[in-house]
Design a binder for this molecule. Structure first.
Ligand code: SF4
Length: 331
């Protein structure tokens, strides 16, 4: 069902004459790592090193690859910011071509309003032209937004960036998102405050993320309330290039200290509950991937806040102005 364009990767390797490549895969593709290694070393005539550490997105690109190989082949994500300008990195996106997509869209159309913004996760952005046509055949007016420089494809959504949705938010009544799970559409639901219908292109299942958004918002309110009495904060900065928000961390540390409270800055690559155990503080603020706080906060013994939630705790922002903590391009 999913297609990996390994031939293009092998041609690129041969054309550029690399003798060694590092291969980086997201968790969902690691089962294919050995087959990919076999294929590339045979077809690309190259020595392959598979990178074994977890990889969550292009935010997590292994930028240190030159110590181990001539080039990097990154699977499953599209470039963010200026990553595509590194000539020694090749991105292999995963594409799905489900057979019944027009039929699924026709069913979904029955409950959709007239003006629709179309969104997708990277695996399904290739379906956008086909789905647009199918929606128009069913009488809808379709808008596809262009995101900022973290967003490579029109209509693409990341779990930390909904700028493609934001760019057409004023023109649409609701969004149709192509993908599986709540992770990406929740970002768009928080960012646009519009209804997001989720269509699983493989199964045809259609659902709305409004309830999931409301549930998460209640949990975030509870985390913010329990951090309000905190006297000490651990402000986490991530070393992954696409999650590094040091400047925002420093600004928050200044705001915390001005209020006579303690702030400690912690630099780390992999944020997780065990890694934070040695640090005895009242609350954590993560300037890394915002979804660590939003989706995984139950795993942490102390309240874990995003940047915008920390602003509420510090009185810099009202709860009524709650905002999803998106990661925007580095200027
Ligand atoms: S920062 Fe988080 S949500 Fe954004 S691309 Fe990386 S893993 Fe995904």
């Amino acid at each position: 069902m999913f297609d990996l364009d390994l031939d293009s990767a092998a041609s690129w390797i041969k054309k550029r004459g690399y003798r060694s490549v590092a291969v980086q895969l997201p968790e969902g593709l690691k089962m294919d790592a050995l087959g990919i290694s076999d294929f590339l070393s045979r077809s690309g005539e190259v020595a392959v090193t598979v990178l074994g550490d977890p990889c969550y997105g292009a935010c997590d690109l292994f930028s240190d690859y030159r110590r181990h190989a001539d080039a990097l082949v990154h699977f499953g994500h599209s470039p963010i910011d200026s990553q595509e300008s590194d000539e020694d990195i090749f991105f292999v996106e995963v594409r799905a071509e489900p057979e019944d997509i027009e039929k699924h869209v026709a069913v979904a159309s029955r409950d959709l309003p007239h003006r629709i913004g179309l969104l997708a996760t990277v695996q399904y952005v290739g379906l956008i032209p086909k789905v647009k046509k199918a929606l128009e055949t069913n009488g809808k007016k379709v808008f596809i937004g262009t995101g900022d420089s973290r967003i490579f494809h029109p209509g693409q959504v990341l779990g930390c960036n909904f700028s493609a949705a934001e760019s057409v938010n004023g023109e649409v009544d609701a969004f149709l998102y192509l993908g599986e799970g709540d992770f990406h559409p929740l970002a768009a639901a928080f960012g646009t405050e519009k209804d997001i219908a989720v269509l699983n292109p493989l199964t045809g299942e259609i659902r709305c993320v409004k309830d999931a958004r409301d549930r998460m918002l209640r949990k975030r309110f509870a985390a913010i309330e329990s951090a309000k009495g905190a006297e000490s904060f651990l402000v986490i900065v991530c070393t992954k290039a696409g999650q590094d928000r040091s400047a925002q961390a420093d600004a928050l540390i200044g705001e915390i200290r001005v209020r006579g409270k303690k702030a400690y800055k912690l630099l780390m690559n992999e944020v997780g509950p065990d890694a934070l155990l040695p640090y005895d503080v009242d609350a954590y603020i993560s300037t890394a991937c915002p979804r660590i706080a939003m989706d995984d906060s139950a795993r942490y013994p102390k309240p874990m806040l995003t940047v915008t939630e920390a602003e509420i705790v510090l009185g810099l922002r009202d709860w009524e102005k709650y905002e999803f903590d998106s990661i925007t391009p580095v200027r």
